[in-house]
Design a protein around this ligand. Structure first.
Ligand code: C5P
Length: 416
């Protein structure tokens, strides 16, 4: 995917600029023609010479170049892809506003090529509404965002905002070059998302930490790839305009909505965190503190995935999720067999930056053939692409070449 492609690698002035050297090297190793464009701030962290030595062309740092009077339009027009890593808060703001006062921002405005940005900044900045807003607008415009992870930041601080790993940035570059495609056109994909809420009384419920981000990302991505998408969601978050959405609250409501639509679905992806237990007899009125501590009797909820497994019709692909805190692959394999799913997407929710509430996730995808995918920590949209790639591949291959057997899997090295 990267071989022979012209990639402008934008580098801005954050301490993570040193990691852009590794991104540059990986892109070049994959056969890409890489043109580094450094902001003035970037050159304070890493010398242009370092990039010039590794890249396909000398690093560029200025809008004003005697040999090339309009470098930004030339770069913007000839690029197949622009990757900005790290992207500072300033870069995101300038790009969002079209404020093109240096070579990198001018090139971003002068291109029609896909753009990947990998933000990196201190946690306070990353969580600031201005940065969030800018990213939301950029995402809406189709910019690919490689969300930062959590870890060590400049000055010894620890928190969210750490540049994604170079491997994840390169994976996002490949995905951006591949484009959404329409490989799921003609398929109906039913996706569940969010955590169900099981009422104790009219104001209280038993819930879980699921944000629905992963399920919604899968629904949006499936729609972008041409599928007809039905999203049954317990999450209060937006979904793409083409997605038919059914809002539910409890496991019972989710079960009813899913079973009503499952027959017509070619692919069912149970990304929701469905409660396993619910209060047996929710009170009809608010339980009063003065009446003492209530004893809430619980009963199991219906296992929707297992029911789908029992009803699965020929040609239907069933995908379950497994949120685990240990032995991820073994539990996923058990779930696959136990629930009659074709694929199980498993993650270790105790791992920093993965699972509930985060913008990033690290998943292992298991099928009856073994481990199909064992990936890095990446943003949830990239995970969505990977899950749908695995679904498409499963439907295409149906038992073709064996994947990596379960016993040969090794955990990804953890980032430091
Ligand atoms: O058994 P466990 O809850 O760990 O399995 C997780 C998978 O099963 C997820 O895909 C989830 O959506 C699904 N599930 C379900 N109904 C339940 C509980 C889980 O469909 N009651």
């Amino acid at each position: 995917m990267l071989a022979g492609r012209r990639i402008v690698l934008g580098v801005t002035g954050g301490i993570a600029a040193y990691k852009a050297v590794e991104v540059c090297r990986r892109l070049v190793d994959a056969g890409a023609h890489v043109v580094p464009v450094l902001t003035e701030g970037a050159t304070r962290f890493v010398g242009a010479t370092t990039f010039s030595a590794l890249a396909s062309e000398p690093a560029k740092t200025s809008l004003f170049d005697d040999a090339d009077p309009i470098p930004h339009t030339r770069l913007g027009r000839t690029a197949d892809l622009i990757v900005v890593a790290p992207a500072t808060a300033r870069l995101l703001a300038a790009y969002r506003m079209g404020y093109s006062d240096d070579l990198l921002t001018a090139t971003l405005i002068a291109t029609r090529a896909p753009v990947v940005v990998a933000p990196a900044m201190h946690t306070e900045m990353w969580e600031h509404p201005a940065v969030r807003d800018n990213l939301a607008v950029l995402r809406e415009r189709g910019v690919h965002v490689v969300a930062p992870g959590e870890g060590r930041l400049a000055g010894g601080d620890i928190g969210a905002g750490r540049l994604a790993e170079p491997a994840a940035i390169v994976a996002a570059a490949e995905a951006a070059l591949r484009g959404p495609g329409r490989d799921l056109a003609g398929l109906t994909v039913l996706v569940t998302a969010g955590g169900t809420r099981e009422p104790i009384d009219p104001v209280r419920f038993l819930g879980n930490r699921s944000s629905g981000k992963q399920g919604h990302a899968i629904a949006d991505e499936a729609a972008a790839r041409g599928a007809g998408v039905v999203l049954v969601t317990a999450a209060d978050r937006a979904s793409a305009p083409g997605v038919e959405r059914i809002d539910v609250e409890t496991a019972a409501e989710m079960e009813a909505a899913v079973l009503a639509r499952a027959d017509g679905a070619d692919v069912v992806i149970m990304a929701a965190a469905v409660a396993d237990f619910r209060p047996k007899a929710p009170a009809g009125h608010k339980l009063k503190k003065a009446d003492g501590v209530p004893l809430v009797d619980l009963e199991p909820t219906p296992d929707i995935l297992s029911e789908l497994g029992r009803r699965k019709r020929a040609g239907q692909t069933l995908v379950g999720f497994a949120a685990e805190t240990s032995d991820v692959v073994a539990h996923a394999a058990g779930k696959l067999a136990g629930k009659g799913a074709d694929l199980v997407v498993a993650n270790d929710v105790s791992e920093p930056g993965a699972g509930f509430g985060h913008d990033t996730n690290r998943v292992v995808i298991v099928s009856h053939r073994g481990v199909e995918h064992d990936g890095a920590l990446v943003d949830k949209r990239t995970v969505a692409r990977t899950v749908l790639d695995a679904v498409a591949e499963h439907r295409r291959a149906a038992g073709a070449a064996p994947a990596k057997p379960l016993h040969e899997t090794e955990p990804e090295p953890t980032a430091t």
